[in-house]
Structures are given as C-alpha cells and as structure tokens.
Design a binder for this molecule. Structure first.
Ligand SMILES: [Zn+2]
Length: 275
C-alpha cells in the first residue's frame, strides 16, 4: 500500500507569529489541508478532500467571512482532483472518500469525485446533511454534497485500537483503515487510522490544530487557540480527546504517528519522510 501526503488547500491568514508560532506578526501565516491518498485493493481512497474546484469557481459559497479570515489561496492546482491527475491517475480511480468531518475545508473536494463513496460518522451526516439536530448557523456548506453522494455511515464501537475504538471502513479484505470517533470540534468528528506496513498513521483532522498540543508541555499560538475555541461544538469532549491523543503519541509514538489537517510542520515532516 502506498500513501501520498497532499496539501489540498493553502490558507494564509494574517499574523504569522500568532498562528504558526514563528516569524513576524505582520507576515501571512501558512496553514495546509493535509489529505492522504491511499492505494487500496479497491482503487484509491482519499482521507479528507480539502478545497474543491466548485469552491474555487464560486468562493462566496465558502462565505465571505471565512474567505476573509482564512485567506485561502484558491489555486486549482492544489485541489485533490488535479493532484490525483498529476500523479497519473484518473479522478474515477478514487473510489472512496473518508472524511474526518464535513466542515468546508475538508468536504470541498467531494463533488470533484461524484462517483466515490463518502465515508463519515453517522452523527456528522445527521447534523451536516439532515440538520438533526440543527448545525450552528452557517457551519456547513451544503452545496458540497448537493449532487447526492453515496454515503457510508458509521456508528461508535468496533475494535479496540491503542485505547480507542474504531470501525473498519473498507471491510476486512482491505488495508487496515479505521474510523475512530474524536468528537468535540464537531459532534461527528473522527480520526482515521491507516496502517502502513508495520506502522500506523492517525489522521486526527481538526481534533487539534497545532503540533505543540501533542507535546508534554502543551502550547498553541494565541490566534490559532482562539480559532480553535471559536469553532468548538463540545469543548469538554475536544479537550478530553486532545488529552487522549497526547497520551497516545507519548506512549505509542514508535508505532503510531498522529497528524492533523492544518499544521504545516506535520505536513512538511511527512513530505520529507521525517515522520
Ligand atoms: Zn479544518
């Protein structure tokens, strides 16, 4: 099994020092949308989809406020579908989209793979798609699934995995891919664990925002910490899950590498093979 690390959407908000923790306050920060492209026996699987061509064609569907605050680059070459093509595959080769959650910067690429199955936790689907219970106003961009994708929904439970529980996503025949509930950022937020030979990746989505949050002495830049709190749906659950992720990384760091969606340090480490 081969795993590619893709950045499917660079965001450049102001205040680099307060977002990235380095550089100058007047420089623009850099955040990424870190996705995994996995070669499985049943075609390609994409973990998260970043910003899509539809968002770039019509940025206002992302909301004026979100675009102003996050300043996405909106470069078509960064979309998952264009990067899949650049790697020599056809978009139709992507058979599965596994989503940590359905926020706009994770779900934007869904319509670029209209025939792929979309795998999410049931709680995420119910709030984002069915509005049961209603999502906070403006939280989800429902245009991103207006074409009616083929959803695969997962409940809590499944098998034990380093102190977490997860449901196997693509069946037993496939490489090990588990959907692991990590609620807090959204109610149906999950991490996606992928086995790569004798090691595991855990893509923890937006369960934490900054690599320093997994270190023994927790730290996060000021503005990034503010962003994180502002988009919490359940703060206590988010904090409890961050603690579990920190413990996982400290106790099992030789077997599991935890990464997230937006931290450029994680992403560069993966691209350079340092993780
Ligand atoms: Zn996000």
């Amino acid at each position: 099994m081969r795993i590619h690390h893709l950045n499917t959407g660079t965001m450049c908000p102001i205040g680099r020092r307060l977002v990235n923790g380095t550089g100058h306050i007047f420089q623009r920060a850099r955040m990424v949308c870190h996705c995994l492209l996995i070669e499985t026996r049943d075609g390609l699987a994409l973990v998260d989809t970043g910003i899509g061509l539809g968002d770039i064609a019509n940025p206002m569907q992302l909301s004026r406020r979100w675009v102003r605050q996050t300043a996405p680059r909106l470069d078509p070459a960064e979309t998952a579908v264009q990067q899949v093509k650049a790697l020599g595959y056809a978009p139709g080769d992507v058979r599965h989209l596994l989503l940590t959650h359905l926020d706009r910067d994770h779900a934007g690429g869904i319509p670029d793979f209209p025939n792929a199955r979309v795998h999410v936790l049931r709680a995420e689907y119910e709030m984002a798609v069915l509005g049961k219970p209603a999502a906070p106003k403006g939280r989800y961009v429902t245009e991103q699934w207006r074409h009616g994708p083929d959803w695969a929904l997962y409940d809590d439970g499944g098998e034990s995995w380093f102190g977490f529980k997860g449901v196997r996503a693509l069946g037993d025949r496939e490489p090990d891919i588990l959907m692991i509930p990590l609620p807090g950022h959204t109610m149906g937020h999950c991490g996606i664990a992928v086995r790569d030979k004798d090691k595991w990746w855990l893509h923890a989505g937006d369960a934490y925002f900054f690599h320093g949050q997994l270190q023994p002495k927790v730290r996060i830049p000021l503005v990034l910490g503010y962003f994180q709190r502002r988009v919490d749906m359940d703060r206590d659950a988010r904090l409890a899950n961050q603690e579990r992720l920190r413990t996982l990384q400290l106790q099992h760091g030789s077997e599991v590498t935890v990464i997230n969606s937006h931290d450029p340090v994680h992403y560069e480490n993966c691209r350079c093979g340092r993780h």
